[in-house]
Design a binder for this molecule. Structure first.
Ligand code: GRF
Length: 207
């Protein structure tokens, strides 16, 4: 099988990135991370990436006049590194329509809530504040909207009495560490078919 080349975009701690890197190292995803890009110089994910021997770069948004030109630079770097699939892993910026078009149906995001509930950058806190009894994790393709793209995988997580943002996010992370590698594996095996808003998961081919 062709190895799938991943470009991972981060802004923060990068525990999902590291978990994906470990899954690849241990042979569970037929992929290779060819570049990691951060929009923040102090993102600890850059350190994690380099600890795993990955090519990791900081691209400063302040060096660009606007989002479109920043995203053009990201597109250039991703193409330079022959990226097949863009993986957003705690990347806190909304990507431009041009970026979405450049990698149509080849950008994944993971969101710490059950979309379409609680989109945006504070999904865990918003769900908790709303008082829901169940929240969860969503992996989806990225389209032009904010967390609106076709859903690939979701898993529910109960909110427990006494939960705070930290305890709930910790349990959400545990699910993310299973769901994101699984979604990437399905993509890399060519088993995700987008039909309008619906993502069909194809059976594993025997070859
Ligand atoms: C995750 O909870 C993810 O759902 C959200 O941002 C968080 C990133 O965490 N998009 P980490 O940087 O991977 O630790």
């Amino acid at each position: 099988m062709e190895v799938c080349r991943l470009g991972v975009l981060i802004s923060g701690s990068g525990t999902n990135l590291e978990n994906i890197a470990i899954n690849i190292e241990e042979g569970r995803i037929p992929a290779r991370i060819t570049v990691v890009i951060s929009d923040r110089e102090d993102a600890y994910g850059l350190v994690r990436a380099r600890n795993h021997g990955l090519h990791a770069v900081f691209v400063d948004p302040q060096s660009f006049p606007d989002r479109v030109s920043y995203d053009r630079e990201l597109i250039r770097i991703l193409r330079e590194n022959s990226v097949d699939l863009v993986v957003l892993a705690g990347y806190m910026r909304l990507v431009s329509p041009e970026f979405v078009e450049a990698f149509r149906n080849r950008i994944l995001n993971i969101h710490p809530a059950l979309l379409p509930s609680f989109p945006g950058t504070s999904g865990v806190a918003d769900a908790l504040a709303y008082g829901v009894k169940v929240t969860g994790v969503t992996v989806h393709f990225v389209d032009e909207g904010l967390d609106t793209g076709p859903i690939i995988l979701q898993e529910a997580i109960p909110v427990l009495p006494g939960d705070d943002v930290e305890s709930l996010h910790q349990r959400i992370h545990e699910v993310e560490y299973r769901l994101y590698p699984e979604a990437i594996r399905l993509f890399c095996q060519g088993r995700l078919k987008v039909e309008g808003r619906r993502v069909v998961i194809l059976d594993e081919r025997e070859d």
